[in-house]
Design a protein around this ligand. Structure first.
Ligand code: AR6
Length: 173
């Protein structure tokens, strides 16, 4: 599975792919961080479509068009807010990655880019989040032909190092 996962440093709004994932909040009506960057780059039509979705539960995902983005779709998922680890945060984070990949597959996406969900203002510990992300993506790809390629787009070098380490530690082939 390792050859179908890559880790890069960059800006997710610039990625040419079938779908980018947005680390959203449950309102799906925009915010700061990567969410703000995606809405700015996509233009106001993205918010207009998001208003028709009536929010999304933590750990689930909803899909919209990409509008002015190079990506065809945006898959919006609210990650868990870190409360210390005893509020199901790990299972909810894994559920985000799975839900996004299920939606990507259902919409014929072969190339999908993820940001580091929940490790910004939601304060999920980075190394733990990276391990959960890589394990969950690898498990999904092991049993699904699509998407063909998943890219973790890390905004800074510390984040990239954490995902590189998690990918290197993956026990699957
Ligand atoms: N491309 C890739 N990654 C980015 C970009 C970008 N353009 N911009 C930021 N990041 P965060 P969360 C990284 O806080 O923790 C929003 O207000 C960032 O450096 O965006 O899931 C939502 O509306 C970090 O590594 O998301 C929610 O209310 C990662 O993306 C809340 O923040 C995630 O940081 C969600 O918090």
């Amino acid at each position: 599975m390792k050859d179908r996962i890559q880790v890069i440093q960059g800006d997710i709004t610039r990625q040419i792919c079938d779908a980018i994932v947005n680390a959203a909040n449950t309102s799906l009506l925009g915010g700061g961080g990567v969410d703000g960057a995606i809405h700015r780059a996509a233009g106001p039509d993205l918010l207009a479509e998001c208003r028709t979705l009536y929010g999304c539960e933590t750990g689930k995902a909803k899909i919209t068009k990409g509008y002015r983005l190079p990506a065809r779709y945006v898959i919006h998922t609210p990650g868990p807010i870190w409360h210390g680890g005893d509020r199901n945060e790990s299972a909810l984070l894994a559920s985000c990655y799975r839900s996004c990949l299920e939606l990507a597959e259902a919409n014929g996406c072969q190339t999908v880019c993820f940001p580091s969900i929940s490790t910004g203002v939601y304060h999920f510990p980075l190394n733990q989040a990276a391990g959960i992300a890589i394990e969950t993506i690898a498990a999904f790809l092991a049993s699904h032909a699509a998407p063909a390629q998943v890219t973790m787009v890390c905004f800074d070098s510390r984040t990239k190092a954490a995902y590189d380490q998690a990918l290197a530690a993956l026990t699957r082939p």
